[in-house]
Ligand binder design. Structure first.
Ligand code: XUL
Ligand code: CO
Length: 450
């Protein structure tokens, strides 16, 4: 049968891509319906704010609408009936309809994308930009029709072979210029779509071997790149937040954005702290040898926690498996930090997660997101209950109370010196260290709330 190109143009192949699914509703913990929320109740008020305002969920375009199930050992497995297998603009336009049907049925307020997730590359940069413009028009219409908003945009500076040696840290100035042009455009379309944030994830910003690498020049170039991105953003009226996303390894051996501490050091060193916050991802935290709670707390106490990528790794696998979050303990720990800093806005909770290669049917995308949203809703409710009873905070306050007054108070107020501390201890003779940290009791208390 001949297929004319007209047949491939939008309007879409089907009117509904998930005909068996209607809007996912909250049915409460007793419901046995797998296509319902059991804990996420968007309008329910927790600590004075609705669940949807606290959580600000986002669906990511790359995993949810572009994953194929391909892995290093095998071909694509995922069944996606709307995808005609081409890298055409028509296919990309149809995918927008799929995405917005999915996101609205799920009732998620935001989405995120990389430029290359939504539109295919052409044979030149201008052709690529034109493809992007065409799809962005459609995204804009879909946002208007549905009320779904863009949490953040970003640029894919890692898939194309030109970025094999990095993008903003490439040793090649042409590649650097290409990356700059790409980010310029990505910021412009993020602005056009009303995006609230723009993300820098390092991609291949790192190195494999110092024998061929000038680390100092690469870091200087990366910082210059981020300053130029901000200057351009502000010049076109984009006042959104910039987010830097730590990740310790994959794809390079040494990523410059290793963890929250390394990112914050970089941001401070190069005068970027005024406009860059961190986007912390669970699986990246664990790859760095940290818990998610550690990374969040570290960023938050420095006023630098901007947004999160919610997912999980696998305890038995050492790579970035990007699974959907199901661990209620971790979600509780995450929400304890987020509640303490009074929310993430203008950031949010983006599911940077993909269904397993064996979860082949479109409906699995719903099960995955419902599970992630319910997990975070439970984390939110549990964290709020812990906070209401001051179950941890009273203990912590008491534990540090020797700094509230006396010699400790003088330390905190900068009123003392080594001489005075020595005189104090010489007189006292020994420190009182008998007080327990009560870790096991506190773990039991947390279990009571879970
Ligand atoms: C890669 C990753 C990215 C960023 C956006 O591990 O997390 O998808 O979130 O570039
Ligand atoms: Co991420």
């Amino acid at each position: 049968m001949d297929i004319s190109t007209d047949d491939l143009k939008a309007p879409p192949l089907m009117t509904s891509y998930f005909p068996e699914v209607s809007k996912i509703e909250y049915e409460g913990p007793e419901s046995k319906n797998p296509l319902a929320f059991h804990h996420y109740n968007a309008s329910e008020i927790v600590e004075g704010r609705s669940m949807s305002d606290w959580l600000r969920f986002s669906v990511c375009y790359w995993h949810t609408f572009r994953s194929t199930g391909v892995d290093p050992f095998g071909a694509p497995t995922l069944v996606r009936p709307w995808d005609d297998g081409t890298e055409s603009v028509d296919n990309a336009l149809r995918r927008v309809d799929v995405a917005f049907e999915f996101i609205t049925k799920l009732g998620v307020p935001f989405y995120c994308f990389h430029d290359r997730d939504v539109a295919p590359e052409g044979s030149t940069l201008s052709e690529t930009n034109a493809n992007l413009d065409t799809v962005v028009e459609r995204l804009k219409e879909a946002q208007k029709e549905t009320g779904v908003k863009l949490l953040w945009g970003t640029a894919n500076l890692f898939s194309n072979p030109r970025f094999a040696h990095g993008a903003a840290t490439s040793p090649n100035a042409d590649v650097y210029a290409y990356a700059a042009a790409q980010v310029k455009k990505a910021i412009e379309v993020t602005h056009e779509l009303g995006g609230e944030n723009y993300v820098f994830w390092g991609g291949r910003e790192g190195y494999m071997n110092l024998y061929n690498t000038d680390m100092k020049r690469e870091l200087d170039h990366l910082a210059r790149f981020m300053h130029m991105a901000k200057d351009h953003a502000r010049s076109i009226g984009f006042n959104g937040q910039f987010l830097f996303e730590p990740k310790p390894k994959e794809p390079t051996k040494h990523q410059y954005d290793f963890d929250a501490a390394a990112c914050l050091n970089f941001i401070r060193q190069y005068g970027l702290l005024d406009f860059v916050q961190l986007n912390i991802e669970t699986n990246h935290a664990t790859l760095a040898g940290h818990t998610m709670m550690h990374e969040l707390e570290y960023a938050s106490i420095q006023g630098a926690l901007g947004s999160i990528d919610a997912n999980t790794g696998d305890l038995l696998l050492g790579w970035d498996t990007d699974q959907f979050p199901t661990d209620i303990y971790v979600a509780t720990q995450v929400m304890l930090v987020i509640l303490k800093q009074n929310g993430l806005a203008p950031g949010g909770t983006n599911f940077d997660a993909k269904v397993r290669r064996e979860s082949t049917e479109p409906i699995d995308l719903f099960h995955a997101h419902i599970g992630g949203m319910d997990t975070f809703a439970r984390g939110l409710k549990t964290a709020a209950a812990i906070r209401k009873d001051n179950a941890l905070s009273d203990f912590i306050k008491e534990r540090y109370s020797s700094f509230d007054s006396g010699i400790g108070g003088r330390v905190e107020q900068g009123q003392t010196s080594f001489e005075e501390l020595e005189a104090y201890m010489l007189e006292k003779g020994e420190a009182d260290t008998s007080v327990s940290g009560r870790q096991e009791m506190l773990e039991n208390i947390i279990n009571r709330y879970i």
